[in-house]
Design a protein around this ligand. Sequence first.
Ligand SMILES: [Zn+2]
Length: 152
Amino acid sequence: MIRRDALLRLYNSLLARREELLNQLSSDMTGLGGSQGGSRDEADAAFDSDNDEINSTLAERDSEELTEIDQALMRLKKGTYGRCEGCGGKISAKRLNALPYSSLCIDCQREKEEQPDWEPRFLASRYTHLGEVRRQADDGPEINISKLQFDN
Ligand SMILES: [Zn+2]
């Protein structure tokens, strides 16, 4: 069980990291396409375009991390933080310390990396379940046969 103050500290550090990434992303975006100046020949031009590629890859990675942080913040709020979204098991504290926003336990992470079409079993089943509950709520109460008979 993760203690409440530890969770709060984690929440704050995730928020701080989120802020940092947002700043970084916006500066990455303005940096894209710009050259660093200096003498220009073909080698420089090639280097610049490589650099842009690296920048956009970094930006991509940053925005992925941002998504992961957002999801981790959501899990913290919902109280499902630290639970593996692959199998529903617990993510080890050691792993959470190293990767605070990891949503998979080490086993599921490994499975995911090895199998391109890997899908989280636990999450899929939970979403199906939630979907069913919502559908029922939207349709209103189920028709009760005995009540119909009573009304007639
Ligand atoms: Zn797992």
